[in-house]
Design a protein around this ligand. Structure first.
Ligand code: SAH
Ligand code: SF4
Ligand code: F3S
Length: 476
């Protein structure tokens, strides 16, 4: 029996090859579970952005197909960290937690530890894991997540430690099983990688060059999700506005949205992230006329100073950004705008910082994610002169936070008293009598209701603004 199995041909084409490894591991795990008298479990911890969250759903799909069941904590037989390296504190956090995994492993001989994601694409990280974290079994990067089953198979069949990190890829393997964290909303990759090389950013180095998926494949995935009951989708890419430009039959992001809008069953469409330099009037028009595209745009500005924007390689000026905001607001007055801002970029003076505050006031953001500049090795900004002292950057950061929260409260207050349609997402973690619903503009409201309403659309009156969210009541 055993003999014939090992003689079996391993398929060379994908996805058949991975499906083969999944079924082999599943069988081995079944036997092991019988010996142990319990199921084998997995736990994935995801750091970073929506792309990583989406990747983790795919990885969960593979682990489920390998016969593992999900565990709520890291007390599991297969623990996977999907890492982020966009800022230094993301890395520090991961190293601390890997140490903790080492302790858990010493108590559970069954346990395997795997690391993947953006941080693993960095040479110095790979070396550190090899040298200082010997208990880590499997390490892979962002370009080969589809191979997880094969890597586990190699580990189970004699390889002491499996390290497989690819520099780049032009290969995208799809049609593998995937899990969904929610049964009513899902993310859909429309492109991978990034070509923008903003001078502070490590993403293009760890995620590779920009690759758009074919519109037919995207639509087919959205249709499948709709048939499974998904009502809200989030189209994902580092710069969705440049979607489709490099396809053999080029298509604009606005045109893709028109097509996604046609998919029956989908009631809400969101997308992330928009780079201001590529946001077209065609897109504003499509958003304006759409019944499904949500009234929310995340438009990272990074800095309000034209001088700093140039050093960041963002390819727009303060005036370009403000004029874009004004065109969007004129076309879609009810839109909510959110942004990302970096404080303390090399060479930022008090005047530059005041320009940032000025844009925050003028643009009237509903919220802003604010970050202290973090030096990423290998990026052009890391070797720029005039790095801003940490104390000064922190002081500016606090001032920015103050203005951002004032602005966001002003914006949120405008909604008070309105009755709006929300998608009910979950039971409130603090108060189980409350549900949490998401407005089209991405703000949240908490209101009394029953858990059967999760995943449905209901009307809620926004009674009270609590800064950046509301308290409300259901309206029939
Ligand atoms: N592709 C998206 C952003 C992805 S990273 C875009 O261009 O908008 C998310 C955010 O992290 C960025 O918008 C930026 O504000 C922040 N960020 C990226 N690199 C950073 C760094 N080195 N230091 C501090 N913040 C950074
Ligand atoms: Fe980073 Fe710029 Fe690409 Fe966004 S657009 S991922 S900030 S390089
Ligand atoms: Fe982090 Fe990678 Fe996303 S570095 S922000 S997880 S693309």
């Amino acid at each position: 029996m055993q003999e014939t199995k090992t003689m079996e041909q391993i398929p060379e084409t994908e996805p058949e090859r991975q499906l083969y490894f999944m079924s082999r591991i599943k069988e081995e795990n079944r036997l092991r579970a019988e010996e142990l008298g319990r199921n084998l479990t997995y736990h994935i911890e995801t750091f970073g952005c929506q792309m990583n969250a989406k990747d983790s759903e795919k990885l969960a799909g593979i682990l489920t197909s390998c016969g593992y069941t999900e565990a709520a904590t890291e007390q599991a037989d297969f623990v996977l960290y999907n890492t982020c390296t966009v800022r230094e504190n993301a890395n520090t956090k991961v190293y601390g937690r890997i140490g903790y995994l080492g302790n858990l492993k010493s108590k559970n001989p069954e346990m395997k530890i795997a690391l993947c994601g953006c941080m693993m694409q960095e040479q110095h990280v790979q070396e550190k894991i090899k040298k200082s974290y010997r208990f880590v079994d499997i390490v892979f990067g962002t370009h080969n997540i589809y191979k997880l089953a094969e890597l586990i198979y190699r580990k189970n069949h004699g390889e002491k430690r499996v390290f497989e990190i690819l520099e780049s890829t032009d290969r995208v393997v799809e049609d593998l099983p995937s899990e969904h964290k929610y049964r009513f909303k899902a993310g859909v990759n429309i492109m991978y990688g990034c070509n923008n090389f903003c001078s502070y950013c490590i993403v293009p180095y760890v995620r590779g060059r920009e690759r758009s998926r074919k519109p037919e494949d995207i639509i087919a995935e959205v249709e499948k999700l709709a048939s499974e009951g998904i009502v809200e989708i989030m189209l994902l890419g580092q710069n969705v506005n440049s979607y489709g430009k490099t396809l053999s039959e080029p298509i604009s992001f606005a045109e893709l949205l028109r097509r996604v809008e046609q998919v029956e069953g989908i009631r809400r469409i969101r997308f992330m992230t928009s780079h201001p330099k590529d946001l077209s009037d065609e897109l504003i028009e499509v958003m304006k006329n759409s019944k499904k595209i949500c009234r929310h745009l995340h438009l990272p500005m990074q800095s309000g100073s034209t001088k700093i924007l140039r050093k960041m390689n963002r390819k727009y000026t303060k005036e370009d950004y403000l004029s874009l905001v004004s065109r969007i607001r004129t076309a879609i007055p009810e839109i909510s705008l959110t942004t990302d801002i970096i404080v303390g970029f090399p060479g930022e003076t008090e005047e530059d910082f005041l320009e940032t505050l000025d844009v925050v006031k003028k643009a009237g953001f509903d919220s802003a994610y604010t970050f202290l500049y973090s030096k990423r090795s290998g990026t052009p900004a890391a070797s720029m002169e005039d790095q801003v002292p940490e104390e000064l950057a922190k002081e500016r950061f606090q001032r920015l936070l103050q203005v951002v929260s004032e602005q966001s409260e002003l914006q949120t207050k405008k909604g008070e008293g309105q009755t709006v349609e929300v998608l009910v997402e979950e039971q409130n973690a603090q108060d189980p009598a409350l549900l949490t619903g998401r407005l089209s503009n991405n703000l949240l409201v908490h209101f009394p209701g029953s858990t059967e309403q999760i995943g449905t659309f209901v009307n809620v009156k926004l009674n009270e603004c609590k800064g950046f969210y509301y308290l409300g009541t259901l309206v029939d």
